[in-house]
Design a protein around this ligand. Structure first.
Ligand code: CA
Length: 229
């Protein structure tokens, strides 16, 4: 059974989430504050996905997300946000989260997002036939899911990895934001196109020398993006 970390300080919401995850065949690991969440993650290295509430009594969910990513962990992360404001969504994604769900959410909505993310993260695991994609100074290892620029390892989230893979497999091809969204997040993901822009912006910070004047991941105005190398 896949282990899922559930970080939520409000016990009634936590139980609601836990019961529904269990019902969907997952093994939920509970944490009621940020510190406990980080401990549980350390104790259970096989956790594949974390649901992180934003508003917590100790450190907030964004900080927990940052700390998880700082360890090099590539688990799936979904932020549970009480506020539906755009700033929260953007902050969450900028901190390394893969998705967000706004409270209140239905059990069906939550499990759909969890399933979709697990599918997204797991899709490439079976692809062991190809090893490396090369483009300019970049080498993408599809077995280890790592990216190097001029031989230097760059830390990527799973979503950023999938974006890089999509672009490096399609050099010079203009791709619409809709195409990118369905290729990386899955056809059934009802996300906003803004999610694509936020993740591209974050990826540029990692791969471009000057993210405001991108050399590799260029914008196709009014359409989408292109791997320009
Ligand atoms: Ca809370």
């Amino acid at each position: 059974m896949k282990k899922i970390l559930v970080l939520e300080d409000e016990s009634n919401i936590r139980s609601f989430v836990v019961i529904n995850l269990r019902r969907s065949g997952f093994d939920p690991i509970e944490a009621e504050n940020g510190a406990m969440a980080l401990e549980k993650l350390k104790a259970n290295p096989d956790i594949c996905l974390a649901l992180l509430d934003v508003m917590l009594p100790d450190i907030d969910g964004f900080e927990v997300c940052r700390r998880i990513r700082a360890t090099g962990s590539k688990i799936g992360i979904i932020m549970l946000s009480a506020k539906g404001q755009e700033i929260d969504k953007v902050t969450g994604l900028m901190n390394g989260a893969d998705d967000y769900v706004t409270k209140p959410f239905s059990p069906a909505e939550l499990t759909a997002r969890v399933d979709a993310l697990i599918r997204r993260l797991g899709v490439d695991e079976t692809e062991t036939n190809t090893n490396e994609l090369h483009s300019g100074p970049f080498a993408l290892n599809t077995r280890n899911r790592t990216l190097e620029k001029n031989g230097q390892r760059l830390k990527l989230t799973q979503i950023e990895y999938l974006l890089m893979k999509l672009f490096m497999e399609n050099p010079g091809k203009a791709m619409s934001r809709e195409d990118i969204l369905s290729a990386v997040w899955g056809g059934d993901f009802k996300g906003e196109l803004k999610t694509v822009d936020v993740n591209i912006r974050r990826l540029r910070i990692k791969i471009e020398s000057d993210p405001t004047e991108p050399e590799f991941l260029t914008t196709v105005w009014g359409y989408g993006y292109k791997w320009g190398y």
